[in-house]
Design a binder for this molecule. Sequence first.
Ligand SMILES: Cc1cc2nc3c(=O)[nH]c(=O)nc-3n(C[C@H](O)[C@H](O)[C@H](O)COP(=O)(O)O)c2cc1C
Length: 183
Amino acid sequence: MEIVLGITGASGVQYGIRTLELLREKGITTRLIISETGRELIRLETDTLPSDLEDLASFVHANNDLTAPPASGSHRHNGMVIAPCSMKTLASLANGVTSNLITRAGDVCLKENRPLILLIRETPLNTIHLENMLRLKHAGAHILPASPAFYHRPTSINELIDFITGRILDLLEIEHNLYRRWE
Ligand SMILES: Cc1cc2nc3c(=O)[nH]c(=O)nc-3n(C[C@H](O)[C@H](O)[C@H](O)COP(=O)(O)O)c2cc1C
């Protein structure tokens, strides 16, 4: 199995980092692409360096490398996660603007009917954000707001992160026990 993972410049890079850690634990091949602002957010929000994160990925691609394998539909993989996904990247995807590798790879997923999971984080949302999400949902993307539930009584930030990361893995049909399921 191979998953493409994009990390863009929205708050909540922890979700992307945790996703990468879990995919690695499960022996799944990963292709990691981090945007410029995504790199800034990793430095701002965590004690991890972008280079440490890149060491966890099977392959790393520069966001301006439009020759990388995920830029082509003929390269087969099992889906893409953008976590977190900024409103700017969301807007680019909603309008078919594919000027970097993250948006091109996402656009390829939509045209090839492969899972595209957008872990969005913004609040409050304006009508442009909402319309872009609706367009992308109609085009086949999964819109996953970074809004963890509390019915499993989380007691740490890690549990909140794992709840959302678990929902990402659910959409990719990857087994996990990151949170207690509702019985
Ligand atoms: C500290 C910081 C936090 C940000 N948080 C968010 C956010 O939560 N959601 C969002 O959509 N944009 C956020 N932004 C704005 C994006 O980084 C900006 O729109 C950028 O152009 C996104 O580019 P990218 O999608 O290529 O990474 C933030 C920017 C900074 C510097």
